[in-house]
Design a protein around this ligand. Structure first.
Ligand SMILES: Cc1cc2nc3c(=O)[nH]c(=O)nc-3n(C[C@H](O)[C@H](O)[C@H](O)COP(=O)(O)OP(=O)(O)OC[C@H]3O[C@@H](n4cnc5c(N)ncnc54)[C@H](O)[C@@H]3O)c2cc1C
Length: 462
């Protein structure tokens, strides 16, 4: 813990001693709140490797796991009183997100807060604690024939708090929308330890500014989410996926034909050859793959698939259909987490500009010397692209390529966000690339809600 130096140290030795005594006092206070086994030194946990910071002071940082929102509130209050930097976490899959932290004193993980508080199938709403995994939540909902229609990057460990705090969706966001479209209420602990409630428990209760939206995608910088209420949807009765393989040009044209026609696919995803091979979707090593998924009532799925098959023409093999397609889509969602390659980034573009950006990327991909392991997938309906690679040996090469791609994305009116990279790359390449006119508004919201800059400091700073 990077504590302020006590006020009257007589010598350097007595200052260090006073600091240690104060650290021990605070650690004991945390142990009293959450129980001693739930307070660990960060360096002794596997979370240590996931925290990216440029300070050496994480050596004394703590990881704390409260069991209830009340305990979490007490921990945050002590942190605020002592001026400690606190990083909210769920399963800690992605704590290195954004720019390196400028300080880390405490990681507060919700992994013990896993209660599903209420599920009202008749109202299509459910409430759970933030540390509930998305997989467990979906399992509960499925028992009543319902689901939360989001498919963020996840290999089964992501918590609903983490998913909402990161705020992005996966391939099916094209049809259903992002997590924020489904959050109707939440409970939070603010930086000073106050608990607040935003939204409510019923679908039609929002008047005026919906505060919940502010916290979706806030990456642990504005408050700790302790509980979430979602609106739900009935599970589709049937799903089916068309898989077409072929050249980039043919599949871009096929994807465009599907999204501009009268059909309602839930996902239209283009896979790079290496990713198609990894997911066993491609026939040959050089093949790109196009996945088109339909979901809903059986008759609609059958007829929509038949119509789409006429549009999805490839220059190579005939497209095939997959009825039992759940595994394919969950493998796609897990790909970022399963691949050990730790350079990953995403771009957001107008769907009509995706082809131009993807052609630039394909040129990089052909350059074996630069990127022997680049894999990417792109949503043709919503212009979302995610790429994963092994970082090149010389980090300057990665920075140069990222600069070139960000410039291309920005020229097209889009953006490029670096999700995960070794710290030497992040130190030279801002993770977010600037927020334009939103930057001042973000700064004001942050200083209003967290004036001491204690929650995930540095995450959004360039
Ligand atoms: C390289 C990589 C890239 C990824 N890219 C994306 C992506 O672009 N979009 C996406 O949705 N998912 C992404 N993920 C997946 C992500 O890890 C999970 O889907 C999920 O969003 C995080 O769940 P978690 O419980 O592990 O959260 P954690 O990894 O613990 O936390 C992730 C972020 O959410 C904050 N957070 C977590 N819990 C809370 C809470 N209760 N209150 C407030 N803040 C909280 C943390 O401070 C941190 O900023 C990526 C994962 C990896 C490894």
């Amino acid at each position: 813990m990077a504590r302020p130096t006590p006020s009257r140290p007589k010598t350097a030795t007595s200052a260090r001693l006073a600091e240690r005594i104060s650290e021990a006092r605070i650690t004991n206070e945390f142990k009293r709140i959450v129980g001693a086994p739930n307070v660990s030194r960060l360096v002794e946990t596997d979370l240590a490797a996931k925290v990216q910071t440029n300070t050496a002071e994480t050596e004394r940082a703590l990881s704390i796991a409260p069991a209830t929102a009340g305990e979490a509130r007490e921990v945050v209050k002590v942190a605020a009183r002592e001026g400690l930097a606190l990083i909210p976490a769920g399963a800690a899959n992605w704590l290195e997100v954004g720019n390196p932290l400028s300080r880390t004193d405490l990681i507060l993980t919700t992994r013990r807060m896993t209660k599903i508080i209420r599920h009202e199938p008749a109202d299509l709403v459910a409430t759970a604690e933030a540390g509930t995994t998305l997989v467990e939540f979906q399992r509960q909902l499925a028992s009543a024939g319902q689901w939360l229609p989001i498919d963020p990057p996840d290999d089964g460990r992501a918590t609903i708090g983490g998913v909402v705090a990161t705020g992005l969706g996966g391939a099916q966001a094209f049809a259903y929308g992002l997590p924020r479209s489904f959050v109707i209420g939440m409970r939070l602990v603010l930086a000073d330890g106050r608990s607040i409630k935003a939204g409510g428990n019923v679908v039609k209760n929002v008047a005026g500014y919906d505060l919940c939206k502010l916290f979706c995608g806030s990456y642990g910088t504005l408050g700790l989410i302790t509980e979430l209420t979602f609106k739900l949807r009935p599970l589709p009765l049937e799903t089916r996926t068309i898989i077409a393989t072929g050249s980039l040009a043919a599949l871009l044209a096929a994807g465009r034909a599907v999204i501009s026609g009268p059909l309602f696919p839930v996902a239209v995803e283009l896979l790079s050859p290496r990713l198609a091979e990894y997911l066993k979707a491609g026939e040959r090593r050089s093949d790109y793959a196009l996945l088109v998924r339909f979901a809903g009532a059986s008759r609609a799925v059958v007829s929509q698939t038949a119509q789409a098959l006429k549009l999805v023409r490839s220059d190579r093999d005939s497209p095939r259909t997959l009825d039992d397609d759940e595994q394919l889509w969950s493998s796609l969602a897990a790909v970022t987490l399963r691949l050990a390659d730790n350079l990953s980034w995403r771009a957001s573009l107008r769907p009509s500009d995706l082809g131009s950006f993807v052609n630039e990327l394909a040129a990089l991909e052909r350059d074996e010397a630069w990127h022997p392991s680049l894999r990417w997938h792109a949503g043709m309906g919503d212009g979302r692209l995610r790429a994963i690679a092994k970082p090149p040996v010389y980090h300057r090469e990665a920075v140069r390529a990222l600069e070139r791609l960000r410039q291309k994305a920005e020229t097209l009116g889009g953006n490029l966000v670096l999700e995960s990279a070794p710290i030497e790359i992040k130190n030279e390449f801002d993770a977010w690339g600037g927020f334009g006119s939103a930057a001042e508004l973000m700064r004001r919201v942050k200083s209003e809600l967290d004036p001491q800059n204690l929650l995930s400091p540095g995450r959004f700073q360039s």
